[in-house]
Design a protein around this ligand. Structure first.
Ligand SMILES: [Zn+2]
Ligand SMILES: [Zn+2]
Length: 107
C-alpha cells in the first residue's frame, strides 16, 4: 500500500454562500418577516397611530401591515408610515390609481 491521501478538501464552500440578494422584492411586510425586527410597527405603535387600514378601515390586526408612503423602506418617520390591510397594500403597490387614493387620505 502506498499512502494514498484521502480526505482531499472539496469545494464545499460553494453551497454555503449566503443568499441575501432578494431585497429587490417589493413589500415591507416581507422584509419585516425576514429580519424579525418590526421596526416600523413599533414606530406606529409608539405614536399611537390607530391600527386600522387607511383605505378600507378594517381593524383586523391579522391582516394589517405597515406601508411606507414614499415606498422607501429606510424612511421610518412616522409620517411616512401607515397601516394597510394586505388587500389594500397589494392594490396600492400595484395600481397607481389606488396609490393616489391613499395619498388623498393623507394630505
Ligand atoms: Zn384595507
Ligand atoms: Zn407598502
Amino acid at each position: 500500500m502506498h499512502g494514498r491521501a484521502f480526505g482531499t478538501p472539496m469545494a464545499f464552500g460553494l453551497i454555503l454562500r449566503g443568499n441575501s440578494g432578494n431585497s429587490e422584492f417589493v413589500g415591507e411586510r416581507h422584509v419585516n418577516y425576514v429580519t424579525g425586527r418590526p421596526a416600523y410597527r413599533s414606530v406606529l405603535v409608539r405614536h399611537k397611530i390607530p391600527k386600522v387600514c387607511r383605505l378600507c378601515r378594517t381593524a383586523d390586526a391579522r391582516v394589517l401591515a405597515v406601508h411606507h408612503i414614499d415606498e422607501n423602506r429606510l424612511n421610518n418617520q412616522v409620517k411616512n408610515l401607515t397601516w394597510l390591510c394586505h388587500n389594500c397594500h397589494h392594490l396600492v403597490h400595484r395600481y397607481e390609481h389606488e396609490k393616489e387614493r391613499l395619498m388623498a387620505t393623507i394630505v
